[in-house]
Design a protein around this ligand. Structure first.
Ligand code: UT7
Length: 326
């Protein structure tokens, strides 16, 4: 029987030019390069310049992904943009991106699941494509977390960075078994609002009428991260019959090197298969996975036909996994 698969046909990313190093941060708050590197693996992050918005980063990433797909913007009939740092409360940043790309057809909307946003956006777009509701989707993760950081709080301001990444997905007919052929093989999403106060922004239009700043109980988030990540990856393995040895690349959300190392170790994923960009990008929330994908595609690691395992965990808590044959 023939089915529809959401196949990745393009990948692109964009990082703002300005780089902020740990040494520069140590001049702003009571921290050190040693502490940040040891606890997180981060050495530097990119910061959007004044007047550079989330939509601007997203448009550049989308253009790169469209170029990689050898597609025109008009070929796209769905934009799902994952962000927690939209240009405005409304309209959706996705609409600004749609307009900048000159697209007047289809639907464009934002999706908010904090650091898991890209995984939630991919799963959402996949459902639209497989149901026949859309044919070609731009799935974007774009963030300017620098704008919601309290730059006096050393517990959070050293962790995050800005950037954007995008994939182009195309609905293609698929014959054959569940793990054969290209495209998204399985996705698994979870949320648990009991943890909503462990990582949040202390403002919002309905509560304070302000934007607010990011607040995090870092140790608490850390404590839950590895278990949650492992659970949704085991779900992906169970759904596909694949295992750690059968995946080619593990591209996790880039929050902290220690979390990534511990998750890979618990799942017995070969460290040589782990794509790690947290050192240069910091935690770019919903943008971190497509940014890491773009690096590994660009340097030739991820190739057509490879099985790539994606996962993320973040505020809410939300967490999820996607397995895709590139
Ligand atoms: O993206 C999705 C979600 N986010 C995450 O996944 C982040 C999860 N959490 C983490 O990555 C880690 O918890 C952190 C990197 C945030 C913190 O690492 P930690 O090993 O859990 O450190 P800690 O919070 O237990 O703090 C240890 C010490 C504290 O001092 P005392 O109380 O032991 O005297 C902190 O005050 O380190 C201190 N500290 C710092 N010192 C230097 C906290 N931030 C800093 C800093 N520089 N920037």
């Amino acid at each position: 029987m023939s089915h529809i698969r959401s196949v990745v046909v393009g990948c692109g990313a964009y990082l703002p030019e300005q780089v902020l190093t740990n040494a520069q941060l140590a001049e702003m708050v009571d921290t050190s390069d040693d502490w940040i590197v040891q606890r997180t693996g981060i050495r530097e992050r990119h910061i959007a310049s004044e007047g550079e918005y989330t939509s601007h980063l997203a448009v550049k990433a989308a253009e790169a992904a469209l170029k990689d797909a050898q597609m025109a913007a008009q070929d796209i009939d769905l934009i799902v943009l994952a962000t927690s740092t939209p240009d405005n409360t409304f309209p959706a940043t996705a609409v600004a991106v749609q307009h900048a790309l000159g697209i007047t057809q289809g639907a464009a909307f934002d999706l908010q699941a904090v650091c898991s946003g890209f995984i939630f956006a991919l799963a959402t777009a996949d459902n639209f494509l497989r149901s026949g509701a859309a044919r070609r989707a731009l799935v974007i993760g774009a963030e300017t977390f620098s704008r919601i950081l309290d730059w006096n709080d050393r517990g959070t301001c050293v962790l995050f960075g800005d950037g954007a990444g995008a994939l182009v997905l195309e609905a293609q007919p698929h014959e054959g078994g569940r793990i054969e052929g290209r495209g998204i093989l399985t996705s698994h999403l979870r949320s648990d609002g009991r943890h909503k106060s462990k990582l949040y922004v202390d403002g919002g239009p309905s509560s304070t009428r302000t934007v607010g700043y990011l607040r995090m109980e870092g140790r608490e988030v850390f404590k839950h991260a590895v278990g949650m990540i492992t659970d949704v990856i085991v779900d992906a393995f169970n759904a596909t019959g694949l295992c750690a040895d059968s995946i080619d690349w593990f591209v996790p959300h880039q929050a902290n090197k220690r979390i990534i190392d511990a998750s890979a170790q618990k799942l017995r994923i070969d460290p040589g298969k782990v794509v790690m960009t947290v050192e240069r990008h910091g935690n770019t929330s919903a943008a971190s996975i497509p940014l890491a994908l773009a690096v590994a595609v660009e340097d030739g690691r991820i190739k057509r036909g490879d099985v790539v395992l994606l996962e993320a965990m973040g505020g809410g808590f939300t967490w999820g996994s996607v397995m895709v044959r590139w």
